[in-house]
Design a protein around this ligand. Structure first.
Ligand code: SF4
Ligand code: SF4
Length: 168
């Protein structure tokens, strides 16, 4: 697990560096897509929030934001926060991310966790957005949730790294 966590940290640092190196020409395209991503993510979050508020405080696991548990498999093997490069850029653009707390690893928690997720509600990764435990699924109208999730996925799928880096 430590090995995977180290790789996730390394990846996250690379993503952050790449974002900081983007020039104005590239940023214009990213900003347009980022606005669409955050809007879609917030709409999804609004839909699921009442169920999260009802279930999570009494969750028997304490939180699903652990790197690993025997019952839950949200294993952060991508980068910190579960990001791939595309959704990282879309979430990170013009948003301030909190400093990852790498000491969380020793407690088996995501580096963005501190009694809840420290990322802005519009800045979550697709991995985090796509997880619904059974109690949440029972409370939610999953057809509607899946429609909203599909809008987020669609923004990511239509975001072109080639266009971003080469203005194509
Ligand atoms: S989403 Fe489900 S597993 Fe995660 S903290 Fe809430 S109730 Fe627990
Ligand atoms: S990024 Fe936030 S929601 Fe995702 S695992 Fe980490 S603390 Fe949980």
């Amino acid at each position: 697990m430590i090995e995977h966590a180290d790789a996730a940290i390394e990846k996250y640092r690379g993503f952050e560096l790449a974002y900081r190196l983007l020039k104005d020409d590239n940023l214009a395209y990213l900003r347009e897509k980022s606005r669409a991503y955050k809007k879609a993510v917030r709409e999804l979050q609004e839909l699921i929030l009442p169920a999260v508020k009802a279930e999570c405080p009494q969750c028997e696991y304490g939180t699903c934001c652990r790197l690993y548990s025997s019952k839950l498999k949200i294993y952060i093997a991508r980068s910190i926060g579960g990001f791939d490069f595309e959704d990282f850029l879309l979430a990170r653009c013009d948003s301030k991310f909190p400093e990852p707390d790498l000491t969380n690893r020793a407690r088996n928690f995501c580096a963005f966790w501190d009694n809840g997720c420290r990322l802005d509600a519009g800045c979550r990764s697709l991995l985090c957005l796509g997880f619904f435990c059974e109690p949440l699924q029972n409370r939610l109208e999953m057809d509607e949730v899946n429609r909203k999730l599909a809008v987020v996925q669609d923004v990511v799928e239509n975001f072109s790294l080639l266009r971003l880096f080469h203005n194509e």
